[in-house]
Ligand binder design. Structure first.
Ligand code: NAI
Length: 329
């Protein structure tokens, strides 16, 4: 089976070489999938895509006209795929639902600790022989209240670590996870979570209901100096509202691994280019903001799982069997 891999990086190529079934023939395409680049998939049976590839109705139509019958997402989130359009066109879609919840959870905790103990500043200071501690004062996570929005695989993995730290857990989800109670966690309405949490971490998917969940109104109901972490999807947050919250000192710490307009920025080396996204550049000016470029998933273990499960999904498509990872059939 011929598979066109969009947004392909060196590590994707190395991963598939090492862990995918050898009967799959991958063509690696650096571009993101969009209406402009879709033609590069000509001659393939399937496309393999990542978080910022565009699979709207128009792109899916183009793919269908070229005979593409399958989309293999090498990620868990699928907000970038028009599943109704795929279904109508008979294009089958599968994802990698849980390549490593712990990878994302551990990155989330890393962001919390880095911001709290100002490790990003300490690293630079010590390299400059500046061993002064002024400005590096942190707080204990032990005993603090952490609000988790979304308690699926990643939210639960994050809750487990925070439970070990001795945090009080307040959770919000449209479906309650019974394992949260075992960690001493309690489900509360969003208003209570916002009002009581010292740290708020987002682990729900991006849907029409969750878009800009964090906005002027919700930020206004949070504690002064709250720490806000988003390792889920950028558009859960209204970035302009967050900038206002930082300027008002309402938000004391902000950790982002995702950003609403990240498709134009992340996964590329733009260090020689002028970036004209003023919102992103403003976020980078705050001393209490830490941004990573959608790397929370990026561990060896997760990459291996992504490559193996994507390979299994493609083989299942080819043999008309199911893996349980299908989103549209
Ligand atoms: P999951 O499907 O296991 O859990 C998501 C949870 O969110 C579910 O419990 C669901 O009921 C809940 N939820 C849905 N709508 C909600 C709402 N309106 N309010 C509150 N909760 C709601 O997904 P998983 O594996 O935990 O992933 C969560 C998200 O993390 C993904 O959707 C993806 O966007 C993001 N992600 C980010 C990565 C990164 O590298 N930064 C890597 C992998 C996933």
């Amino acid at each position: 089976m011929k598979v066109a891999v969009f947004s392909a990086k060196k590590y994707d190529r190395e991963g598939f070489n090492q862990w995918a079934d050898s009967s799959l023939q991958f063509t690696y395409i650096e571009s993101r999938l969009s209406s402009d680049s879709a033609k590069l998939a000509a001659g393939s049976h399937a496309v393999c895509v990542f978080v910022n590839d565009e699979l709207n109705a128009a792109v899916l139509q183009q793919l269908s006209e070229m005979g593409i019958e399958m989309v293999a997402l090498r990620c868990a989130g699928f907000n970038n795929v028009d599943l109704d359009a795929a279904k109508a066109l008979g294009i089958r879609v599968a994802r990698v639902p849980a390549y490593s919840p712990e990878a994302v959870a551990e990155h989330t905790i890393g962001m919390m600790l880095c911001l709290n103990r100002k490790l990003h500043k300490a690293y630079n200071r010590v390299r400059d022989d500046n061993f002064a501690l002024d400005g590096l004062l942190g707080f204990n996570l032990f005993g603090k209240t952490v609000g988790l929005i979304g308690t699926g695989r990643i939210g639960l993995a994050t809750a487990r670590i925070l439970h070990g730290f001795g945090c009080r857990l307040l959770c919000h989800d449209i479906v309650q996870n019974p394992l949260i109670a075992e960690l001493g966690g309690r489900y509360v309405p969003l208003a209570e979570l916002y009002a009581q949490s010292n740290v708020i971490s987002l682990h729900c998917p991006l849907t029409p209901d969750t878009k800009h969940l964090i906005n002027h109104y919700s930020i206004g109901s949070m504690q002064d100096g709250v720490m806000l972490i988003n390792t889920s999807r950028g558009a859960l947050i209204d970035s302009k509202a967050v900038i206002a919250g930082l300027k008002q000192r309402k938000i004391g710490y902000l950790g982002l691994d995702v950003y609403e307009q990240e498709a134009d920025l992340f996964f590329e080396n733009l260090s020689e280019q002028v970036i004209d996204d003023d919102v992103f550049k403003r976020l980078l000016t705050f001393p209490n903001v830490l941004i990573t470029g959608h790397q929370a998933f990026f561990t060896r273990e997760a990459l291996q799982e992504i490559c193996q499960v994507t390979s299994d999904n493609l083989l299942a498509f080819a043999s008309n069997t199911a893996t349980g990872n299908e989103l549209a059939n």
